[in-house]
Design a protein around this ligand. Sequence first.
Ligand code: FDP
Length: 372
Amino acid sequence: MPSLPQRTAPSISLTQFLIEAQRAGHVSPDLRLLIEVVARACKRISIAVGKGALGGVLGEAGTDGEASMNIQGEAQKKLDVIANDVLMEANAWGGHLAGLASEEMDHSQPIPDVYPRGNYLLLFDPLDGSSNIDVNISVGTIFSVLRCPDGVTTPCDENFLQPGTAQVCAGYTTYGPSTMLVLTVGHGTHAFTLDREIGSFMLTTRDMRIPGETREFAVNMSNQRFWEAPMQEYVGDLLAGSEGPRGKDFNMRWVASMVADVHRILTRGGIFSYPLDRKCAAKGGKLRLMYEANPMSLLVEQAGGAASTGRQRMLEVQPTGLHQRVPVFLGSRREVETAVEYHRRHDGPEAEARSNANANANANANANAIGA
Ligand code: FDP
């Protein structure tokens, strides 16, 4: 007897997914529309990135041989500026936001008076991993959404200084061989792939899960001699492999594009680390808390992983500045806990007691501090 044709699961677009999330009470109508606007802007950035040299978008921004610099003192690429403009323009008039903050801008900006203002704050790194742009390696956009505090109609930088647990949505888009959007609204982490023919993001992985154990780590090894003692010891033991205390061999991967490295970890596990080192210690670390560490940490936790500064759960860091930097350890839960353990042992019994108390408090706290 001929077998019946296999029924494949119906494809779900981002729009359908968000409407279902709204019906389930996971997102408000305004948050749903805000995510749609961000996704549309990311499609435009994807087109600009994809044109590469043909679009005249490679290389550094600036005129007359003068490189243009961002607030971080880094030379801006043309695509950094384009991506920032696309996100700013797309989000200014939608009516869902009270204000925006970008890694590329000195200060946050309230939505101009000519447009209606909503209740959310959007933070983004328009093009992360931009040192990879000119060599055709994956880059990405990272974003985070917070609620505008009650009673604030014209938000300023201070209103954005909320811990990562306050995020109502976080996500990134990776512009690689395919363009993907990875999103959480506090109910799992889900991946969508851009169907370039129909121009829609389609759900390709519901509920990504990071394996708890791993044999893969991501770190810029060239910084080894600048690291703190616990990091030296931790990575030393990873490198010792099956002959060392860890008793197993580890592999290393480092794309140097956080979005690409985190995407690999969400897909197959691993630990990503940009630790404190002597070069970045004065600034607090290399990666930015509000635009990189917090959104990635929420995505990773929602996929069953863990994220830490090495000494504190990332999402509980109380921000003190919009462009604040932090050390980062995130990925497979048990591996992140092991890296934290090296720091705890090094910092001594008092720090260990403090950290145990925090861990107990965290375990009792509601792990899901998010809502529509
Ligand atoms: P980039 O400076 O190219 O934007 O956010 C900064 C970042 O890239 C991350 O995406 C990446 O993980 C890291 O810096 C790369 O740092 P190294 O150059 O030290 O490898």
